[in-house]
Ligand binder design. Structure first.
Ligand SMILES: [Cu+2]
Length: 149
């Protein structure tokens, strides 16, 4: 009798462990499997969505990219990149790095912001853009350049 109770306890413990692991690795969205959950960022960038001359764009906020439209982000291979996306125009937007399977939540209201991070685990000139239909061609795209480091 005592053994049976012990076994049930063990089985429950194993199931809750499996559940905890599956939750830990579950991804909230389809396109952001590359996002990291816990990290120390090597680079932090803030991009704000804006309307400029009839185009939709990302504008750098702070640092060397302040005010730069669709800034080219330069980072080193395997660095952890933290991106803050600020909605500056009240139109639905996101920001995706599909080559890294990384991306933000969607933002809707002016002033909303969202943060995500990913590992720059391949080198080269890699696109970032807004995935809302029509927005990339309307101007919301840029490059991240990943160097050997
Ligand atoms: Cu957009």
């Amino acid at each position: 009798m005592k053994n049976k109770t012990l076994n049930i306890t063990l089985v429950l413990a194993i199931f809750s462990l499996i559940f905890a692991f599956s939750q830990a690795f579950a991804s909230p969205g389809g396109h952001n499997e590359g996002n990291v959950e816990e990290y120390v960022a090597d680079y932090s960038f803030t991009l704000e969505t804006q309307l400029r001359d009839g185009k939709m764009v990302f504008v750098g906020v702070g640092g060397e990219f302040d005010g730069v439209v669709n800034p080219t982000l330069e980072v080193e291979h395997d660095a952890i990149i933290e991106i803050t996306l600020v909605n500056g125009d009240g139109i639905e937007h996101d920001l995706a790095f599909p080559d890294f399977e990384a991306g933000s939540e969607h933002t809707f209201a002016k002033g909303d912001s969202t943060v995500f991070a990913f590992a720059a685990n391949k080198e080269g000139e890699i696109d970032y853009y807004c995935t809302i239909p029509g927005h990339r061609i309307a101007g919301m795209e840029g490059l991240i350049v990943v160097t050997e480091g």
